[in-house]
Design a protein around this ligand. Structure first.
Ligand SMILES: NC(=O)C1=CN([C@@H]2O[C@H](COP(=O)(O)OP(=O)(O)OC[C@H]3O[C@@H](n4cnc5c(N)ncnc54)[C@H](OP(=O)(O)O)[C@@H]3O)[C@@H](O)[C@H]2O)C=CC1
Ligand SMILES: N[C@@H](CC(=O)OP(=O)(O)O)C(=O)O
Length: 377
């Protein structure tokens, strides 16, 4: 065990949660209330909630009770002064307000780990799915140096759209084993909780499928390229290469289905390599995939980044979304595709690995890599 791991086990790191009362915020609360390194210190939400004890402010929808250590914490306005003692600030803010609030927190030299879409396209902000592209953390010093005035500790790091997250984990595993993928068709069946609370009206979604989620297809199509791309450097300036060295084309079709949690998607891929790998080789590569976060000892990383089902009718959201506490990605039905090369089904828990769990593993990685500055570093 490293000295840093030992120090983290002995002294908990204070963290705050913005948007703590929402769907993603509640998942943060559940996961962080017994985290081995982090302790919840401050909570923020909208003016509707501020000044109230957390238990009164939130409309709790989790299957476990509100943790006793957060029930009485008074919800604050999302202003940096209330979070100045937090080494890490997680954000589950509504995208309508996340841009300004997260920007103000960064300017106050706070480290922000965001679930919102607002900064994902920013060329200085990493978009990190921790089971895939942890090395994009190396962009943070440049973001801090370019900020006016330059920052010592503050930055914004985002995680991906929940559907993108489920897609890129198996794609990375396949590219690692078989080289570039040049085309990908993906069709999603997305849970209602993806739209927050109260989200989609029951009259719209019961006995129905809604074949449109605003902005979702575009996000899947470009976020995938930023996440799977490398980082290039010219004249001392780093830039995300958007998978441009081996162009990948993604076509996404997104649907809302009457499932509470867990985004399912069907995926077909074409590899550059000829002949392409067989379904059995693909299965083996997915099972063998071990992200750096696991080898580095990030405590929230799942044992199996990808669990491959052999049964012909899995994964299913109701049965598989809480496996490994929702932290891994489930894959099944790996088989030949008569149009592209290989097709399979993916299930990812949108609120866990698709949101809060990814943010938390990103923060664990940032601590271990010294990107989050702690007195114990
Ligand atoms: N749900 C999911 O599966 C995923 C969501 N995301 C993203 O995560 C973020 C949160 O989503 P989700 O939890 O579903 O959304 P919710 O609508 O459930 O929660 C939104 C949160 O933002 C707070 N908020 C709203 N307005 C303000 C304001 N003016 N000032 C401060 N806080 C405010 C709310 O506080 P209050 O309760 O006081 O109104 C609440 O805590 C969004 O950006 C979303 O796009 C990303 C991936 C997956
Ligand atoms: N739009 C996603 C959830 C979400 O909020 O995505 P994003 O963080 O990319 O806006 C869904 O409906 O399932």
């Amino acid at each position: 065990m490293s000295n840093l791991h030992k120090a983290l086990d002995e002294k908990l790191v204070r963290v705050g949660i913005l948007g703590a009362t929402g769907t993603v915020g509640q998942r943060f609360i559940t996961l962080l209330s017994n985290h081995p390194w982090f302790i919840i210190h401050a909570l923020g939400a909208s003016p509707r909630s501020t000044g109230k004890p957390y238990a009164k402010a939130t409309n709790w929808k989790q299957t476990t009770p509100i943790p006793s250590n957060v029930r009485e914490i008074i919800v604050q306005e999302c202003k940096p002064e209330h979070f100045k003692d937090c080494a890490i600030v997680f954000s589950g803010l509504d995208a309508d307000v996340a841009g300004d609030i997260e920007g103000a927190f960064r300017a106050a030299d706070l480290a922000v780990f965001s679930n919102a879409k607002n900064y994902r396209r920013d060329p200085s902000v990493p978009l990190i799915v921790p089971l895939v592209n942890d090395f994009h953390l190396s962009m943070i010093p440049q973001q801090q140096a370019q900020h006016q005035p330059p920052l010592q500790k503050g930055f914004i790091l985002t995680n991906a759209n929940c559907s993108t997250t489920g897609l890129v984990v198996p794609l990375r595993a396949l590219e690692k084993s078989f080289g570039p993928i040049e085309a990908c068709f993906v069709t999603t069946m997305q849970a209602i909780s993806g739209a927050g609370y109260p989200g989609v009206s029951s009259l719209d979604i019961i006995d129905n499928i809604v074949p449109y989620i605003g902005g979702e297809e575009e996000k899947m199509e470009w976020e995938t390229l930023k996440i799977l791309g490398g980082i290039s450097e010219e004249d001392g300036q780093k830039a995300f290469d958007m998978h441009s060295r081996y162009p990948l084309r993604v076509s996404a079709s997104c649907n809302r289905v009457p499932v509470i949690d867990g985004h399912t998607m069907t995926v077909s891929v074409r590899f550059s390599r000829r002949p392409p790998p067989s379904p059995q080789q693909v299965r083996e590569a997915l099972v063998a995939y071990t992200p750096a976060a696991r080898s580095m000892g990030c405590p929230s990383t799942p044992v199996h980044a990808i669990f491959v089902h052999e049964e012909p009718d899995r994964p299913q959201p109701r049965l598989d979304r809480y496996y490994q506490d929702g932290a891994g990605v489930s894959v099944g039905r790996v088989r030949q595709c008569p149009v592209l090369d290989i097709k399979f089904v993916v299930l990812a828990n949108n609120v866990s690995i698709g949101a809060a769990t990814s943010s938390i593993i990103n923060a664990e990685l940032a601590v271990l890599k010294g990107v989050v500055k702690l007195p114990i570093n």
